[in-house]
Each structure stands twice: as structure tokens, then as C-alpha cells.
Design a protein around this ligand. Structure first.
Ligand SMILES: Nc1ncnc2c1ncn2[C@@H]1O[C@H](COP(=O)(O)OP(=O)(O)OP(=O)(O)O)[C@@H](O)[C@H]1O
Ligand SMILES: [Mg+2]
Length: 250
């Protein structure tokens, strides 16, 4: 029986004009509705991979197929949404309301539906009261939540989240976890917040120096202390039985 893959990467390689071999022969397949984490040290190619997946960058070689169609660079694809690592790259309008309605308006949805989606996504992330504010005057955490709302308002089939918990306080981080856990769409999430990935993903892919090192069930892979250490990562504390005394400095 043919498995239902919604996203397929075949031998994807990419270099920037002044940085070669940023991604080398990357291959993986994601099933529909899967939530997959992407981990790796700083500079390993995670953001670059997401920029290729959503069509912002063009690979030198290889193929990306999403929902049965080849991803074409430079074309607006409402089925794949990307939460930028820097919210400043996502928020460019005069008001937050304009930013949140930008995606749905480009999808040529009726005005009523556009406004409904905007109100709902702002409420989901707890930013309804910021709707008329200038995005560039928001705090770091508010910007992160506002950018997330612009992604949610598009209701895409595939969502790529780049460090979605950075700058968030504990309560907002928990709210983002709850939102993601309820999402039925296909998600790829890259994050250095491994405890967050443990709560939101079933599977994880480890990348280093542009190559896929390993992929597998998230608890199994992140528990491998030697593997983690050899790629500048640390086994999450929640996977180690806690010794209360190690926190006690008296
Ligand atoms: N526009 C660019 N031009 C040239 N080199 C770049 C550019 N963007 C990123 N790079 C380089 O490509 C490599 C991969 O960067 P990338 O941003 O994909 O890493 P990352 O895994 O997302 O890292 P982080 O965890 O720090 O966000 C790095 O060596 C980086 O310096
Ligand atoms: Mg990055």
C-alpha cells in the first residue's frame, strides 16, 4: 500500500553565494498530520532548509514535493506557511490587523472570512487587544505571537515553525504548546527548546553541517546522550530521573 506523504525532499543541496554546501543531499518524507521536530546546532542549516521548503530560496539540486506538486521558488504558496525565525521579517504592515489579514486577502477570500480568520487567530495567541498597534512597536514576545497569528490566519496544510517559543514567557509558551498540540495540520518545528519539542512532536530529525544525521521517535533520539553531545546538544532534563539534591545548594 502506498503511504500518504504530504512533503518529500529528494537529494536537496544548497549553497549561498558566499557560503557553500549549506545543505548536502538532504532527503526525508513527512506524512500527513505528522508533527516533526528539527534539531541541530547553530548554523547547521535548519532555517535555510525551511526557506527552501516554502519556496523563498531555490535549491541548486534536488526536488521538493508538497501535496503532490513540485515546490516552485518565488511563488506564493498558501498551502505552506513559514513562521520566520525573526518576527521582523514577517511583520511589515502599519497595523497588526493588516499583517494578519495579508495572507487571507492574497488568497482572495471574501472580506467577511478574512476578518473572521484575523479575529480568531489573534484571539488564539492572546493578541486581540494589539490589533491596531504598529507591529514594530511591540515587545519581543508580542512580536513572536503576532507573527504566529499571521501564520494561523492562513490555515495552511503545511506549517513550518522556526523557533516559535523564543522570547515567550512561561504562560505564552504554554499557550503556544496547547495550540500546536490541537493542530491537525502537518507541522515541522525547529527549536533549541527541546522540552517544547518533546511536548509537541512525535518524531525528530537531527541535522548538522547541512546533513541529516539521524531521524526517529523523539524520546528515543533525544535520550541518546552521546549522539546529542557530539552535535552540541544536551539531553533534555525531563528525560533524566531527577535527583532533588543536585538542585539543593545548601
Ligand atoms: N544569507 C546568507 N548568506 C550566506 N550565508 C548564510 C546566509 N544565511 C545563513 N548563512 C549561513 O548558512 C549556514 C546555515 O545557516 P542557518 O541560518 O540555516 O542555520 P540554523 O541551523 O538555522 O542556525 P540557528 O540555530 O543559529 O538558527 C550558517 O553557516 C550561516 O552562517
Ligand atoms: Mg535558524
Amino acid at each position: 500500500m502506498k503511504e500518504n506523504f504530504i512533503l518529500t525532499l529528494e537529494n536537496l543541496s544548497f549553497s549561498y553565494p558566499d557560503k557553500s554546501d549549506v545543505l548536502k543531499e538532504v532527503c526525508f518524507r513527512i506524512s500527513s498530520s505528522e508533527h516533526v521536530g528539527l534539531v541541530g546546532p547553530n548554523g547547521s542549516g535548519k532555517t535555510t532548509l525551511f526557506l527552501l521548503l516554502c519556496g523563498i530560496l531555490t535549491p541548486q539540486s534536488g526536488r521538493i514535493t508538497a501535496m503532490g506538486k513540485r515546490v516552485a521558488a518565488g511563488r506564493f504558496n498558501p498551502n505552506i506557511a513559514y513562521l520566520f525565525q525573526s518576527p521582523e521579517d514577517q511583520l511589515f504592515s502599519t497595523t497588526l490587523f493588516d499583517d494578519v489579514t495579508f495572507g487571507p486577502l492574497n488568497m482572495a477570500l471574501p472580506q467577511e472570512e478574512v476578518e473572521l480568520r484575523a479575529a480568531r487567530s489573534l484571539e488564539q495567541v492572546g493578541c486581540s487587544s494589539l490589533s491596531e498597534r504598529a507591529p514594530h512597536h511591540l515587545s519581543g514576545g508580542e512580536k513572536r505571537l503576532a507573527a504566529f497569528a499571521t501564520v494561523l490566519s492562513m490555515m495552511p496544510d503545511i506549517i513550518l515553525l522556526d523557533e516559535p517559543t523564543s522570547n515567550l514567557d512561561s504562560l505564552n509558551r504554554r499557550n503556544v504548546i496547547n495550540i500546536i498540540r490541537q493542530m491537525k495540520q502537518t507541522l515541522m518545528i525547529c527549536s533549541h527548546d527541546l522540552e517544547f519539542l518533546l511536548e509537541t512532536c512525535q518524531r525528530v530529525i537531527l541535522i548538522d553541517r547541512g546533513r541529516i544525521i539521524r531521524e526517529g521517535p523523539i524520546v528515543e533520539l533525544l535520550s541518546d546522550e552521546r549522539l546529542m553531545k557530539s552535535h552540541n546538544l544536551e539531553k533534555p532534563h525531563s528525560l533524566t530521573p531527577h535527583n532533588r539534591l543536585s538542585h539543593d545548594h545548601r
